[in-house]
Design a protein around this ligand. Structure first.
Ligand SMILES: Cc1ncc(COP(=O)(O)O)c(C=O)c1O
Length: 445
C-alpha cells in the first residue's frame, strides 16, 4: 500500500537516502549535489563547473562520461541487457577477460568477475582458502592482512583490513586473521616523493607471524601495494619483494589488492608491474570501467586456476559467483575503457605526470598544520594536524569549502586530504588543484 502523502512528497526530498560513508545530518543540512559530469569536471544542478581532483572515488581514470564508453554502454543496453554468467556466457566477457589478462604481469591469466572492490577482495580470500583445500592443505585457513589496510566493506575485507572504524562496530569478524604492521612512519618518511627508503624490514614481521602460527595454517597474505584509503602510503623500497620471498618460502599465496592501483594510477597497468613483484592473485575494480559501470574481479595465476580443474567435468569447480558477474554493460564499458587507456596512452601519461604531481604537492610543505605530504603516481596524501578535541573537523571544513568556494572536489579521510585526479588531468589543472588546496589550508586554519 502506498504510504500516506507519498505522492505529495517532493521528488528531491533528501531524507530517504542513507548515504554511505557520509555524515548524513551534516550532508542533508548542506548537500553537495552533482548533476552531471564531463572529462575533468562535475557540474552542479545550477550549472557550476567543479574540478574533480579525485577521479570520482579513485575510479574514473579516463575522465568522466567519455563518449566512447557512453556509446558502448548505450549500444550494449539495446543489444543484450543481461545474461547469466552461471552456466552461460556472452562474448564480451571472454574478450574483456583476455584483455585484462594481457595487461597483467606473468601468468596472471585467469579472470573471475564480480561487481566491486569489496567483492573482489572477498572473492580473492575465498579463492585462496579453496585453493589450499583442493590441494589437500585444508588446514591453511589463516589470512594475514595489514594495519591501515583497506579491502572494502565485506566481512572478509574488514577482517583483513586495518581501519579501526570499519571494524569495531561489526562483531567478531572472521576468525584466524592476523595483521602485519603498517609501513608508514612519519618520523622516517615524512615528505617523501615516491617510495620511502625506510621500512622494507617491516615485511620480516611476516616471518614472525609464520613462526607463531606455523606456515601450515596460513593461506594468504593480502596487501594494497600502495595503501590508498588510509592516505596514500607508497610501499617502502624493497618491501613487496621481501613479502613475496617470505610467501614463497612458506607456500603462502600473496594477494595484491589493486582496486586503486590497477589501470594506470601508478603509471603502469598494475602496481605489480611497477614494483616487479608478481602476486598470485590481483583484485581489481574501479578503473576497469573507468567507473562507468560497477565491476570488479580477481586475476589468478594459471597455476592457481589449474588446481581447481580436476574432478568430473560436469561438476562446478568453485562454488562462488554473483548474479551480475561479467554483466554485459560492465563488460562493454570495460572494453571501451581499456581501448581509451590504450589509444590515449593514459598509463604512460600517468608516469609522465608523476613528477609534476610530486612537485605541485610538495608546495604545501611548510603551510600551517601540514604534517606530511606523500606522492606516488597520480596520487598524493596530505596529513593535517587536528584541532584539539575535534578530530576530523578541519578536514571536513576544507572539503566543504573546496566544493563551495573553490569549485573543487577533494577526498578527505579523517584529517588526511587525498588527491587523485583522472589520468587525463592537464599539468595546469594539477597546478590549479594544489594552489586551491593550499589556499584552503591557509583559510580554514
Ligand atoms: C584498495 C581497495 N580495496 C577495496 C575497495 C572497495 O571497493 P568498493 O568500494 O568498490 O567495494 C577500495 C575502495 O576504495 C579500495 O581502495
Amino acid at each position: 500500500m502506498q504510504k500516506p502523502h507519498a505522492l505529495a512528497r517532493q521528488t528531491n526530498d533528501l531524507e530517504a537516502f542513507w548515504l554511505p560513508f557520509t555524515p548524513n545530518r551534516a550532508f542533508k543540512r548542506s548537500p553537495r549535489l552533482i548533476a552531471r559530469a564531463k572529462g575533468m569536471h562535475y557540474f552542479t544542478p545550477d550549472g557550476r563547473a567543479v574540478l574533480d581532483a579525485f577521479s570520482g572515488l579513485w575510479c574514473c581514470n579516463a575522465g568522466h562520461s567519455r563518449d566512447p564508453i557512453v556509446a558502448a554502454i548505450q549500444r550494449q543496453a539495446a543489444e543484450l541487457d543481461y545474461s547469466p554468467a552461471f552456466q552461460f556466457a556472452h562474448e564480451k566477457s571472454f574478450a574483456l577477460a583476455s584483455r585484462i589478462a594481457a595487461l597483467a604481469p606473468g601468468d596472471l591469466n585467469r579472470v573471475f568477475f564480480c561487481n566491486s572492490g569489496s567483492e573482489a577482495n572477498d572473492t580473492a580470500l575465498k579463492i585462496a582458502l579453496a585453493y589450499h583445500h583442493v590441494r589437500g592443505e585444508g588446514a591453511r585457513t589463516r589470512l594475514i592482512g595489514r594495519e591501515r589496510g583497506y579491502h572494502g566493506v565485506g566481512f572478509g575485507g574488514i577482517s583483513v583490513g586495518g581501519m579501526v572504524n570499519n571494524r569495531k562496530y561489526f562483531g567478531t569478524l572472521l576468525a584466524g586473521v592476523d595483521h602485519l604492521p603498517a609501513t608508514y612512519s612519519r618520523e622516517h618518511q615524512a615528505f617523501t616523493k615516491g617510495e620511502p627508503e625506510w621500512g622494507a624490514h617491516l615485511a620480516d614481521e611476516l616471518d614472525r607471524i609464520v613462526a607463531l602460527h606455523d606456515a601450515s595454517t596460513i593461506a594468504a597474505v593480502i596487501v594494497e601495494p600502495m595503501a590508498g584509503s588510509t592516505g596514500v602510503l607508497p610501499p617502502p623500497k624493497g618491501y613487496l619483494e621481501r613479502l613475496r620471498a617470505i610467501c614463497d618460502k612458506h607456500g603462502i599465496l600473496l594477494i595484491f589488492d589493486e582496486v586503486i592501483t590497477g589501470f594506470g594510477r601508478l603509471g603502469h597497468a598494475f602496481a605489480a608491474e611497477r614494483y616487479g613483484v608478481t602476486p598470485d592473485l590481483i583484485c581489481f575494480a574501479k578503473g576497469v570501467t573507468s567507473g562507468a559501470v560497477p565491476m570488479g574481479g580477481v586475476i589468478a595465476r594459471e597455476g592457481v586456476y589449474d588446481e581447481f580443474m580436476h574432478g568430473p567435468e560436469h561438476a562446478i569447480e568453485l562454488f562462488h559467483g554473483y548474479t551480475y558477474s561479467a554483466h554485459p554493460l560492465a563488460c562493454a564499458a570495460g572494453l571501451a575503457a581499456l581501448d581509451l587507456y590504450r589509444d590515449e596512452g593514459l598509463f604512460a601519461r600517468a608516469k609522465k605526470l608523476e613528477p609534476v604531481m610530486a612537485e605541485a604537492a610538495m608546495t604545501l610543505k611548510g603551510l600551517p598544520g601540514v604534517l606530511d605530504v606523500r606522492t606516488v603516481g597520480v596520487a598524493a596524501g596530505i596529513d593535517l594536524a587536528s584541532r584539539p578535541g575535534a578530530v576530523g573537523l578541519r578536514g571536513y571544513e576544507i572539503m566543504q569549502r573546496a566544493f563551495y568556494d573553490e569549485d573543487l572536489v577533494i577526498r578527505i579521510g579523517g584529517e588526511t586530504i587525498a588527491i587523485a585526479p583522472s589520468l587525463i588531468v592537464s599539468e595546469a589543472q594539477i597546478g590549479e588543484i594544489f594552489e586551491k588546496v593550499g589556499r584552503l589550508i591557509r583559510a580554514v586554519g
